[in-house]
Design a protein around this ligand. Structure first.
Ligand code: C2E
Ligand code: MG
Ligand code: MG
Length: 279
């Protein structure tokens, strides 16, 4: 956060109640050859369109939201906007699953899975189209509590993703007990892969561990074609990162996808059998 920012609880409350929060979406690209690098999912990431400071990123206000309890109405807003957006895309013929970030503080609220479920139903969408992301450190802080609410989410049919994996302290027993469907490899490892053999070794180990636990793997922070290629060879199922796309406004997602899929028309680039990634 920039030192010139003076964000107060009152400002944030107004932002949540007003229309200053916007949700951006970052595509997740499928790496399997059959899927042909298609896009079936993305992650919802909140931004604050501040009247004075312009676009403010979540790291600058999520901690304040957590400390003040405003994270609860903030999350409600983000989830409502996201589910509405999944419906809008669906109506345009674009079927996407979308992940939302859930702060560990909210894991106390055992009615959350029911509320999310009702919301999906009201929009005529199956629960599987919403994925709940919880960071590894958040999930493991109170593993018993986390497991309780995660089981409820899973029983309702939501996807569950373990975010920023590799930065927390999971025990294998805890990991095994928690009903996650996906593991996201922390971007700190992925971003270093091109120039750091150790980072590669860590990513490889995480992919193996995740697969052995029956989870899908998503690599976050993919900034180069080399790392994308390498992840695909390593068996990682999906990738997210600036190489493919930064988080973008909802209305830009369909045209971004069209451009991304059209890249196989490009003769330069790397051939993956069914598709050539042009540069
Ligand atoms: P996250 O959930 O791990 O989200 C991924 C972050 O990595 C995003 O930052 C995204 O822009 C960034 N990223 C993705 N690909 C790349 C890449 O190739 N290179 C680099 N350098 N960065 C990449 P963002 O949007 O600033 O969000 C930061 C964090 O704020 C998120 O990390 C998440 O923990 C939190 N956050 C965002 N939206 C929400 C929300 O609605 N609720 C809650 N509780 N937390 C949120
Ligand atoms: Mg996330
Ligand atoms: Mg992450």
């Amino acid at each position: 956060m920039d030192a010139v920012f003076q964000i107060t609880e009152r400002d944030l409350r107004e932002a949540i109640e007003g229309a200053q929060l916007v949700v951006y979406y970052q595509p997740k690209v499928s790496l399997s050859a059959e899927e042909g690098f298609d896009v079936h999912a993305c992650e919802a990431l909140v931004r604050w369109q501040h009247p004075q400071y312009g676009m403010v990123f979540p790291d600058a206000f999520i901690p304040l939201a957590e400390a003040t309890g405003l994270i609860s109405p903030l999350t409600d807003r983000v989830v409502a906007a996201t589910v509405n957006q999944i419906r809008l895309w669906e109506d345009q013929g674009l079927s996407l699953s979308v992940a939302v970030n859930l702060t560990p503080r909210l894991l106390d609220d055992l009615e959350l899975p029911d509320r999310f479920s009702d919301l999906m139903e009201r929009h005529g969408l199956p629960a599987s189209r919403l994925i709940v992301e919880i960071t590894e450190s958040g999930a493991m802080a109170d593993a018993t509590k986390t497991t309780d609410i995660l089981v409820r989410f899973r029983l309702k049919g939501f996807g569950l993703s373990l975010d920023d994996f590799g930065t927390g302290y999971s025990s294998l027993v805890q990991l095994h007990r928690m009903p996650f469907s996906e593991m996201k490899i922390d971007r700190s490892f992925v971003m270093d892969m091109d120039h750091d053999e150790e980072a590669k070794a860590i990513v490889h180990s995480i992919v193996h561990l995740g697969h052995n636990l029956g989870l899908h793997l998503c690599a976050e922070g993919v900034e180069t074609l080399d790392s994308l290629k390498w992840l695909r060879e390593a068996g990682c199922e999906t990738a997210q990162g600036y190489y493919m796309s930064r988080p973008i406004p909802a209305e830009d997602v369909p045209s971004w996808r069209d451009e991304w899929l059209a890249k196989d028309m490009e003769p330069r680039g790397v051939n993956y059998g069914t598709k050539t990634l042009g540069l």
